[in-house]
Design a protein around this ligand. Structure first.
Ligand SMILES: N[C@@H](CCC(=O)N[C@@H](CS)C(=O)NCC(=O)O)C(=O)O
Length: 401
């Protein structure tokens, strides 16, 4: 595995790009919104295919670029199951494995900084000289592309659980000093001493450490009992991160903008011909989450699969790919989606297909609304979608498989 460590000076955050040298498949860990272009440039310069955009937790001090990276590169989103990141297609639990090319990272659930926080562990067992692939033996040792396969190698990406000479704070976001002590001493310090520690932050320009060094010298935890550690964490009295109020909700949407707060907008539908009315995506989101109406995605199966979908939406395709013929099962699927007689809000690509679908729903006796702008919005002057209206433009939750 090859890893690149990148730094965001404003938040003192580290982002990691890890990749398999043979296949060029890559994973980005804890990307930062302000560094999106740098990260895209790095991926392009190294000729990588970004497979995963991954978080160690929902950050409090900066906003992730994960959703934008997913949209621009096709990477899948993964985040810890306990962090409330509804937009991540893969919800990670202890022992899960994320693979890219021939490489894989193992998830270590390490609650404490936040309840859902995880670390990621990577290791390679040594092989005999004669087992080393010939394309590597042709390169001299010390060549940047030649890992020393004769030695075991281990790395742990610790997020904010363990920092160099420090650890994540535990005074907000479901933090717990007791849990952090157990995570560090029982999970991380159980790793071999030569495991290289790659932290999520450093406020003093240090880049890496080892488990052995942290065990022996970390002033917050080395030689301390659980009670001493808990007492020390209670006395830290750190100022609240400046961006916490905007960062946590945005990170729980993988960096997409937060929707307008409830009540900030008029949810009244605009009257329409042949159905109950047109509503904004924001109103549809509020009605869906408030249980007032059922959101039904009327796009094709292919669009939901390849472009993205709204978590919690029901499904009744109006037309199907290929050929875009009317779906003969539409009526039955819609009736099933609204089995309890609730109003339905229909979502298509840009708010066009959902109009005849809403008219048909009305004929079936349902109260039906059309969601303006659909999932991707209307194309702009350059034929680009997602730039002027629609569900994704509004920053509402969606994800890819
Ligand atoms: N001063 C920074 C926040 C620094 C901070 O609180 N960092 C968190 C991680 S987001 C932490 O756990 N710090 C541990 C420490 O400073 O000991 C800001 O305003 O954004």
């Amino acid at each position: 595995m090859n890893q690149t460590q990148l730094f965001d000076p404003a938040s003192h955050s580290y982002t990691y790009i890890l990749f398999d040298e043979a296949t060029r498949e890559a994973l980005i860990l804890d990307p930062v919104a302000e560094q999106l272009q740098r990260d895209l440039d790095t991926v392009a310069r190294l000729n990588l295919k970004l497979k995963w955009a991954v978080e160690t937790h929902a950050h409090a001090d900066h906003i992730t670029s994960a959703a934008k990276l997913a949209e621009m590169t096709g990477a899948r989103l993964a985040a810890p199951a306990g962090c409330g990141v509804a937009t991540a297609a893969v919800q990670l639990g202890d022992g899960d494995v994320l693979s890219f090319g021939r490489e894989s990272l193992r998830v270590l659930h390490t609650p404490g900084h936040t309840a859902g926080s995880v670390c990621f562990y990577w290791e390679r067992k040594s092989v005999e000289e004669e087992e080393i692939p010939t394309e590597l033996t042709a390169l001299p040792l010390g060549h940047e592309m030649r890992p020393d396969l004769r030695q075991d190698e281990r790395h742990v990406f610790t997020g904010d659980t363990l920092l160099i000479g420090g650890c994540g704070r535990t005074d907000f976001q479901s933090g717990s000093a007791e849990q952090l002590y157990d995570s560090i001493t029982q999970v991380l310090f159980a790793l071999p001493n030569d495991t290289i520690v790659w932290p999520g932050h450093d406020y003093n320009e240090r880049t890496q450490s080892t488990i052995g060094l942290e065990k022996a010298t970390n002033p917050r935890i080395a030689g301390k009992s659980r009670a001493e550690f808990v007492a020390l964490m209670a006395q830290l009295d750190l100022p609240k991160p400046q961006r916490i109020d905007e960062a946590v909700p945005a990170n729980q949407r993988s960096g997409l903008g937060a929707p307008a707060p409830a009540g900030a907008q008029d949810d009244s539908p605009t009257p329409a011909d042949g159905y109950a009315g047109d509503i904004s995506p924001q109103a549809a989101y509020r009605w869906m989450t408030g249980g007032q109406a059922v959101l039904v995605d009327v796009r094709t199966d292919a669009e939901r699969e390849w472009v993205g979908f709204v978590p919690g939406a029901r499904v009744a395709a109006w037309k199907q790919w290929p050929g875009m013929a009317l779906n003969p099962d539409f009526d039955a699927q819609l009736r099933e989606a609204a089995a309890e007689g609730q109003p339905v809000m229909l979502l298509c690509r840009s708010g066009v297909r959902s109009v005849p679908a809403a008219q048909r729903a009305t004929e079936l006796g349902l109260t039906a609304y059309n969601i303006l702008g659909g999932f991707e919005g209307a194309p702009d002057a350059n034929a680009q979608r997602n730039h002027q209206n629609g569900w994704r433009h509004a920053g509402l939750p969606w994800r890819q498989n």
